[in-house]
Design a protein around this ligand. Structure first.
Ligand code: SAM
Length: 162
């Protein structure tokens, strides 16, 4: 498979999983968290999926498309290892949905941040809340949910907070 094929499959998996989230969190109050604004593509998609929800975005270096920069109260700048543990001071409630998209091509760095997020996210996400993640997470309070069968294995991950 070419790198272009691989990239397209990853983006399709990401979009398919995000499209599944409105049904997964139906009836659950709480904001949405986007970890990693990047260009703003998935933030923009979340805005379309959830026009009535508050979406808080965590990003270390703002470099998004100008149309995709959240308003000041919803953009939490800095390293998530600093900002996420204090997020509940700014959020109106624990999150109903988290989309984690901060992985890079550095496997060791990804493993380190995934381990940190595994331990941190359960205290930021409400009970029965959902996490969509570009990296596998592991914690006793995170129950893996099956991803749609059409998606490539180990490309994207889905969890429900117990
Ligand atoms: N979701 C984005 C989109 O659709 O355009 C792409 C996100 S990009 C793959 C990852 C982003 O995560 C980068 O903008 C990077 O600056 C941010 N990031 C990576 N590690 C971070 C950290 N520890 N704290 C905050 N932001 C981080």
């Amino acid at each position: 498979m070419s790198r272009l094929d691989s990239f397209i499959r990853r983006m399709q998996a990401q979009r398919d999983l995000l499209n599944a989230t409105p049904a997964l969190i139906e009836g659950l109050g709480g904001p949405i968290l986007e970890l990693g604004l990047g260009n703003g593509r998935t933030y923009d998609h979340l805005r379309c999926l959830f026009p009535d929800r508050e979406i808080f975005v965590f990003e270390r270096h703002l470099a998004a498309h100008p149309d995709c920069v959240p308003a000041a109260p919803y953009l939490i700048e800095g390293d998530i290892r600093e900002t996420l543990p204090r997020a509940l001071e700014r959020l109106p409630a624990p999150a109903a949905l988290v989309h984690n998209d901060i992985g890079t091509g550095d496997a060791a760095a990804n493993a380190e941040i995934a381990a940190w997020l595994s331990n941190t996210l359960p205290s930021v996400v409400r009970k029965a809340g959902v996490i969509v993640s570009d990296q596998a997470l592991a914690h006793a309070r995170l129950s893996p949910l099956p991803v749609p069968a059409a998606l490539p294995a180990d490309r994207y991950f889905l969890y429900r907070r117990l």
